[in-house]
Design a binder for this molecule. Structure first.
Ligand code: ATP
Length: 483
């Protein structure tokens, strides 16, 4: 059966993985909280990325910057002036749309009409760019949507549209006691800018020589016009980014290298099926970039960007040099040359990756209802790779009378695995619950365990059952999880 966003959202709520922020007050659009299992899993995904990108490499180091930085950082990066989406409102339905989302949902005929009026093709990316250019050039495009009879998808009727206008996505706050223009500051819209700002300090305080990378994970904030598709587009989310500094001559080799590494992360480490992923090269490049691509995942609502791999040239360091008045050059002893490093970036949203993992893992099949396996019933099973499963090992005593031995076993395994002890309800119900949160291994502690010092290990995916000696368990599970 097909995975839908509704099934994922319901499961996440039912099992306490992810739910609306401030639900008590009706929720807050674009903000999501993670419950105990969601938190355990998100931390595991982040740790897996960090291990792969930083700890297993000699040429990448980490940093952790503040969320609020000097406002000049965001002037230099262009975010204050240019980080904007185009939006329109329907005066009747009061619905607000991002222009690309709205156009995506029009018939071919309407789209062709908009394209004609805008002097563009019907390609959504090109059309959006045409809107941007015309707005910046002050051309009057106020009535384009009305003239093309653009339909409001929420009512299926031709809308009464406000003129398209630019909307800056930076979240603002004030630092200091007075809410004045000089005290205005921004919550970071991406985690990478503070990496560029710290480049010289990190060069001078570590033994790293070019080429090398700096990685950072953490919160980013964007005042998205239209948060949607569960956590896919949120207003507060986490990014995991790595900026790799190199000589421009080698930059395309590094670009290809990081693209391949990132694809291997999805296929080999997180075990995404090849058909769930695809890559998409950008046809329109920023003026400073030599190449850019997205790694996309097929979500229930269609293909969506999971990660961007970007060649950023010397753009960011040059901008910060100009705005700070401090040179951002690097003296390369090997080459006996001074230059501004070229940057290759890998950038993925942690929460978007969580959503992709949830969609990829979702499955429905039939399982035994009783210990003897004679009856079957439908089950929802999350086939998470064991390294990121919220619970890796569940310890289930067959009877509450076996609690003491089973708890002892739990204490033994807890230092090595994300593990859970559960003695409530029938064993069948407990299996079902563990299947829904994607626990790859259930250990049943029964009356024989007291005699033979073994437990039954049930594997989530094969439902095979194997008797394993308790003193061998940690190694046995470790091998399976590393698999
Ligand atoms: P989009 O086109 O979807 O708005 P983007 O191209 O602006 O994304 P980047 O600025 O390149 O995205 O950000 C890098 C990554 O951060 C994206 O690939 C995505 O995984 C994640 N991301 C960006 N915006 C959001 C958001 N609003 N909510 C959740 N994740 C996001």
């Amino acid at each position: 059966s097909q995975v839908t966003l509704e099934k994922i959202t319901n499961l996440c709520k039912r099992r306490g993985l992810i739910f609306q922020s401030s639900e008590l007050y009706g929720g807050f659009n674009g903000f999501w909280d993670y419950g105990p299992y969601g938190t355990a899993m998100r931390r595991a995904v982040e740790a897996t990325w960090w291990d792969y990108m930083v700890e297993q490499r000699e040429n990448v180091v980490g940093q952790d910057s503040t969320i609020i930085c000097h406002p000049q950082v965001w002037k230099a990066s262009g975010h204050v002036d240019q980080f904007a989406d185009i939006m329109v409102d329907n005066k009747d339905s009061k619905k607000r749309y991002r222009i690309d989302n709205l156009l995506e949902q029009q018939s071919e005929e309407i789209l062709a009409k908009v394209a004609e009026l805008m002097g563009s093709t019907s390609d959504i990316g090109k059309l959006e760019a045409a809107f941007e250019t015309k707005l910046q050039e002050g051309e009057n495009i106020d009535s384009v949507l009305a003239d093309a009879k653009v339909v409001d998808p929420s009512t299926d009727k031709v809308g009464d549209w406000t003129p398209p206008r630019q909307f800056n996505l930076m979240m603002q706050t004030y630092v200091g006691p007075v809410f004045s223009e000089e005290n205005k500051a921004y919550l970071r819209a991406e985690t990478c800018q503070p990496i560029f700002v710290n480049f010289q300090t990190i060069c001078n305080s570590t033994r790293q020589k070019l080429p090398f990378g700096i990685a950072q994970t953490g919160k980013a904030f964007r005042n998205e016009i239209n948060p949607r598709n569960f956590t896919f587009r949120s207003r507060e989310f986490n990014q995991m980014e790595m900026e790799f500094f190199c000589h421009s001559d080698d930059s395309m080799d590094w670009y290809n290298f990081w693209r391949d590494q990132r694809l291997a992360f999805y296929s080999d480490v997180l075990k995404f099926k090849p058909e769930s992923m695809r890559t998409h090269d950008h046809d329109k490049l920023a003026h400073y970039a030599k190449a850019a691509m997205d790694i996309e995942f097929e979500f229930p609502f269609g293909w969506g960007e999971l990660e961007g791999i970007h060649h950023r040239g010397t753009w960011d360091l040059s901008q910060h040099a100009e705005f700070s008045g401090q040179k951002q050059e690097y003296f390369d002893q090997g080459r006996n040359e001074k230059y501004i490093p070229t940057v290759v970036e890998t950038s993925v949203g942690l929460d978007r990756l969580m959503l992709a993992l949830l969609c990829e893992a979702y499955d429905e099949d039939e399982a035994e209802t009783a210990k003897d396996g004679k009856e079957v019933e439908g089950r929802v099973v999350m086939r998470f790779p064991a390294i990121i499963a919220p619970v890796q090992v569940a310890i289930l005593p067959l009877s509450k009378k076996l609690g003491e031995g089973a708890r002892e076993l739990h204490a033994k395994l807890k230092p090595f695995f994300r593990s859970e002890y559960d003695e409530a309800q029938s064993i069948g119900k407990r299996y079902r619950r563990q299947d829904e949160i994607g626990t790859p291994f259930c250990l049943t502690f029964d009356f024989d365990s007291l005699e033979d010092n073994c437990v039954t290990v049930r594997e989530r995916d094969t439902m095979s059952q194997e008797r394993v000696a308790i003193d061998q368990l940690a190694n046995y599970l470790m091998d399976k999880i590393r698999g």
